[in-house]
Design a protein around this ligand. Sequence first.
Ligand code: ADP
Ligand code: MG
Length: 538
Amino acid sequence: MLGETTDDDSNNEPNPTQTAAGELADAIRTTLGPNGLDKMVVGENGTVIVTNDGSKIIEWMDITHPVGRLVEQAAAAQDNTVGDGTTTAVVLVGALLEEAATLRSAGLHPTTIIDGYGRAVEAALDQLAQYERGLHSRQDDRLTQIAKTAVTGRWDDASTDRFAELTLSALQAIGFDRSRLTLKSYPGGELRESVCLDGVLVDLETSSTSLNTLSHPRTRTHDEPAIAMVDAEIGIEEPNNVESVELQDATQRNAFQAHEQDRRTELVEQVVQSGVTVLLCQKSIDEAVRTALAQRGVLPVERTRRDEFDVIARATGSTPVMSVDDLTADDTGTVGSVTQRTVGTAQTLVLQGCPEEHRATLLLRGGTPHVAEEVRRIVADCIDVTRVALDDGVFVPGGGAVPTALAMDLAALSREIPDRTQLVFDGFGTALEALPRTLATNAGTDPLTTLTEIKQRHDAGAETVGVGPDGHPRDMIDAGILEPAAVFRSALQRAVAVVTQILRVDDVVRTSTNERTADGEHDHAHAATGGYPWAVGH
Ligand code: ADP
Ligand code: MG
């Protein structure tokens, strides 16, 4: 069949490259929107993950087909750059390929389709500007609505709304400087126990016995402590030459032990004398020193993570020293309070009210490690879309209102196109309509009826009408279903880029196969490349 020489005839055969991408789109389509179904992803080792997040599903799917991988990469890039809109991008890829197949059946050459799609996407992006609205400020309530829209359907509505609100209040508290926000999620708690802390939360090394040696209760607060930071091990210096202290007799051994004891006492005295109440060490602290410090009312914390150590230094205004011998009161810093807190099975230290550098921590909880991780990702997505919306300063109505409006604009523009590119513009518009259609289908309403009604409302001037959460037409601005314009813009651009790549590959195959079969080499190239036709040209 591949040997047929005319473009029209060969269009009827199943197209392996387009099918791979189409199948991926089919699998993902049902998860789009607030009524999207969850997918159960079963890992190789039998782990089961239930999620509604398109990007995660694609990431976890075992995609081996190279074309599927192209789509997967585009989805991953979408997720990494704007944090949302992956399902949208994949649905668009599927719809654009479907339209391309129809256009080819109508006799259009892939090159014509590629060029037409290129012009259509440019026209669509030009039109997009008229649906964009500006954010007033960083305090704009619509940022919260944007965050909520981004994570709708990922958990129950009350929880996702709360996570969006928590995220926004945390971001506002630190002036939207993401580097001052820490996300920590711990299993073994209820979602509603998640809170925003005004400060830094530090994980304490589980191997650290510093807290166990303390006789106080599990939660203890030090108000306005003097915090000292030591960037090296605290303990007895190891002798350089071990052999030289091979102890010959009991007298020597006693002398050596006495020396060690003196040194420990000295270390403890130095810390206490400098008025320190919390001692953070980047390395380990000698166990006896640790115990003695705790007895003297100093909280010793060892093996603080390097990155956290630096954060704490900045937030508290402490100057890390290399040795306790160098420690003076001037090197200490402070915060409002330091609290030891057990979260699930983790021991943590919470430094609240940092005077030097305002910081916030979102302490997230979930019943199981999977839930805790999902919660962390929900919050991370809220942070991403907020950043994207603020960077861009503009948002658009969600629920498929914009793709519907753009499809109508393209239909109007296509009437002025004299050649067959007109058909490509129309096809592109139909592909955009796949978004509102899919949202309606997933919400259980008839896609055609819903789309027709939405278009009528747009015609009547209500261009912000889209598919509401119940599947019926609704004004998206009134409903607070808003998205960063950049999410849709990026999804559209990436989808067109992938589709162009796929169509181009097909074009290469067709051309070279036709040339070869003219020489009598039937389908040889396909067999030689394990069925991957795009290897032909290489
Ligand atoms: P994506 O991976 O593309 O972000 P989603 O499953 O998050 O996919 O669905 C996004 C689509 O759902 C967008 O078109 C968005 O406008 C729409 N959407 C989100 N929340 C709502 C809602 N409450 N009502 C209607 N549509 C919504
Ligand atoms: Mg989303």
